[in-house]
Design a protein around this ligand. Structure first.
Ligand code: ZN
Length: 378
């Protein structure tokens, strides 16, 4: 997209993109997340959150958040990594589009990432940048990991705070994963998950404190990749298992409450859709390509897979909302805040917006720059 230079930048801007994996959106309220709440009250927020694309899962959402490009452009369409299927008809496993971080470095500015998911770091091709934590997406020995093998928020925290205190950085991407792991294992409303949310919010408070000396030139955007719902005790959905759907599907990949299906060559797509959509537990579908469908499960239902989280799941329209908060003392904050208060931002809008603040090009982005007047009136 075209870059628009509408602001007179008083000083060199400093941009922080802070993202929570699987943040349970219902937990964003003053009593539970006072620091996030305060940030949004002083800056701006989307009252009902922003939106992500479908499937509402980690890799597609983060690829879109960091590039501003749709799944068809990034090639990242699923978080499931079925051997032989990704890469292939269901997309790739490394983004084809450079991220905002790459574009910032390309422009000669300084940027780093601090991430609580080393696999996501590889998907975003942020394992190759010079300065990152973990370095080259390999966890340093002794790093505390959660039940899914990802760094705990406590392990990420010192690196995030150190980077936040570095006033030479133009762009900092911080990713905190632990809410996702606890939401999956214990449920999005479990006491332990809520405690994790509170602890994550305390880290937000510390990050804000570390940014304080440069507050006037800071823009901090807070997002998440998807929401989480409780898994209900119903059978999983296998779109190839019913007699009515026999032979319709050539290959498929479950991605939580969504599933990518490739129709068998020669099958009538309309007939196939009507039968697949009638399966017990299927709530909706999207027709992405002539022979590729995305099936969506009803809330609480999930597709059959080798591993399914016990308590919390995501992937369908029930979990396509995200945190959408902006803070900081930079003049752009008020304008972005007004935009997201008027219209829920899509994940793809953040990268072009932050690129606009940094005054760098992001030619592959398809989202809108929320700093433009068009975004407010849209
Ligand atoms: Zn996620």
């Amino acid at each position: 997209m075209k870059r628009r230079m509408r602001l007179n930048m008083p000083t060199k801007p400093r941009v922080i993109l802070l993202a929570f994996d699987g943040f349970p959106l219902h937990a964003f309220r003053e009593a539970t997340t006072p620091n996030l709440w305060q940030l949004g009250q002083a800056g701006g927020l989307s009252p009902d959150g922003g939106t992500t694309g479908l499937p509402s899962t980690t890799y597609p959402s983060f690829a879109t958040l960091l590039t501003g490009a749709s799944q068809s452009r990034t090639g990242i369409r699923t978080t499931a990594q079925k051997p032989g299927a990704v890469p292939g008809w269901a997309g790739g496993n490394r983004s084809r589009v450079p991220t905002l971080v790459h574009a910032t470095l390309e422009a000669g500015l300084s940027a780093t990432v601090v991430m609580g998911d080393q696999k996501l770091q590889q998907v975003l091709v942020l394992d190759t940048i010079e300065r990152a934590w973990p370095p080259t997406a390999i966890l340093p020995e002794g790093t505390e990991v959660d039940a899914h093998g990802y760094p705990t928020n406590a392990a990420v925290r010192p690196h995030a705070l150190q980077a936040a205190a570095d006033s030479d950085l133009d762009l900092l991407f911080i990713h905190l994963n632990e809410t996702d792991t606890l939401g999956h294992d214990l449920g999005p409303s479990a006491a332990e998950t809520m405690e994790c949310v509170r602890a994550a919010d305390r880290i937000v408070g510390e990050i804000v404190e570390a940014l304080a000396p440069d507050w006037d030139r800071t823009v901090i955007a807070v997002a998440s990749d998807h929401d989480m719902v409780r898994r209900l005790p119903y059978p999983t959905i296998d779109p190839t298992a019913s007699l009515e759907c026999a032979g319709l599907v050539d290959d498929w990949i479950a991605d939580g409450c969504a599933a990518w299906l490739r129709l068998t060559h020669g099958v009538d797509a309309h007939m196939a859709i009507s039968r697949l959509a009638a399966l017990d537990g299927v709530e909706g579908w999207r027709w992405r390509e002539p022979d590729v469908l995305l099936l969506l499960a009803a809330p609480g239902r999930t597709f059959a897979a080798p591993w399914i989280p016990v308590s919390g799941i995501h992937g369908s329209t029930a979990t396509d909302r995200t945190l959408a908060i902006v803070g900081g003392g930079h003049p752009a904050v008020a304008e972005i805040g007004a935009s997201i208060a008027a219209r829920p931002p899509r994940l793809r809008d953040w990268a072009p917006t932050l690129a606009g603040v940094l005054n760098i090009d992001l030619p592959d982005a398809e989202g809108v720059n929320l700093l433009s007047g068009d975004a407010v009136s849209a």
